[in-house]
Design a binder for this molecule. Structure first.
Ligand SMILES: NC(=O)c1ccc[n+]([C@@H]2O[C@H](COP(=O)([O-])OP(=O)(O)OC[C@H]3O[C@@H](n4cnc5c(N)ncnc54)[C@H](OP(=O)(O)O)[C@@H]3O)[C@@H](O)[C@H]2O)c1
Length: 287
């Protein structure tokens, strides 16, 4: 793995995926307000036009906001973005892997599961694979997941498939592909998978963070890189609104962004949290 040396004079580079609306846009705003005036925040969106429109809404902030096209399901788009980061900045410091497909109430989840897992799981893993060689010392990488991403939501006989002590990212991908195929074939419930496709997907996202944290700590033990998952809690966005009659207890995107940005800004030299699922500053149990 190519080593990227720390340089305290280098401006920090932050990336947010799925950032043209919802939590992602609020993460960009909060990062751009809290980082320094030499720092850069990439507002990435699968549609460049929607990304640019979102950036116009934010206006000028302390850090500079750049807009970039990034579709996490498109290998060429990921490679192009990783090349851009390398060429312009040589590395990246902070990544919020936030992009997510929604679940619609209007048609069966079995018809949605492939795109859902392709975006939320394979997409976030593909981006991690492309950006991990660019992570500078003391980088922070957060996979936005949910408190549903815990083993307690799966039956016991499926837990060995999520043993993050030994599992590789490729094996995790195979497990989730098997889950997708079973859901499409109508056999997932007989195997014991939960009815709601969000649960296996979120468990997969947290497992990704745990495996990535484990592997980076082994490969670059002195670099202080921290990789975690985050649960934002209920947020009032277009994704969640159709599912709840009463959103009065939901956070605004900006409220939800704050603790996730805290996790991204854990100071250099910290060794924790690592491989954790963090909600409002507290690590939740994996089991
Ligand atoms: N809202 C909640 O209550 C809640 C609760 C727990 C966890 N979360 C998590 O928080 C994150 C953000 O949620 P949200 O409510 O803000 O969702 P959202 O409003 O649906 O925003 C999702 C973003 O992801 C983008 N996206 C979708 N597919 C993409 C792709 N292939 N490549 C790149 N970007 C893509 C969307 O872009 P387009 O505009 O182009 O569709 C949109 O900008 C998600 O990971 C979600 O699972 C949310």
């Amino acid at each position: 793995m190519e080593e990227i040396m720390p340089d305290p004079t280098t401006p920090r580079v932050a990336v947010v995926t799925g950032a043209n609306q919802g939590l992602g846009l609020a993460l960009v705003q909060t990062l751009a307000d809290r980082l320094g005036s030499d720092d850069v925040v990439y507002l990435t969106a699968r549609s460049l036009a929607r990304g640019e429109a979102a950036a116009r809404k934010l206006g000028d902030r302390r850090a500079t906001i750049h807009v970039a096209q990034l579709d996490v399901t498109d290998k060429a788009s990921i490679e192009c973005f990783a090349r851009l980061l390398k060429k312009r900045h040589g590395g990246v410091d902070l990544v919020a892997s936030n992009a997510a497909a929604r679940i619609s109430k209007s048609f069966p989840q079995a018809e949605q599961v492939r795109n859902f897992v392709a975006t939320n799981n394979h997409g976030s893993r593909a981006l991690y694979r492309a950006l991990s060689p660019l992570l500078r010392s003391n980088a922070r990488y957060v996979f936005v997941a949910s408190s549903f991403g815990r083993l307690k939501y799966l039956p016991k006989h499926l837990l060995t498939a999520f043993n993050t002590e030994t599992l590789t990212l490729d094996e995790l991908e195979e497990t989730l592909e098997g889950y997708v195929a079973a859901t499409e074939a109508g056999t997932a419930s007989a195997i014991g998978w939960p009815e709601w496709i969000n649960i296996p997907s979120k468990v997969g996202q947290v497992a990704t963070a745990r495996i990535a944290a484990r592997d980076i700590a082994r490969a670059r033990p002195d670099d202080g890189i921290l990789i975690n998952a985050a649960c934002p809690g209920l947020i009032d966005t277009d994704a969640s609104r159709p599912w709840f009659d009463d959103m009065s207890q939901a956070q605004s995107p900006l409220q939800a962004a704050r603790p996730i940005v805290d996790l991204l800004l854990v100071p250099p030299g910290a060794t924790e949290p690592s491989g954790a699922l963090v909600q409002f500053g507290v690590s939740l149990s994996w089991e």
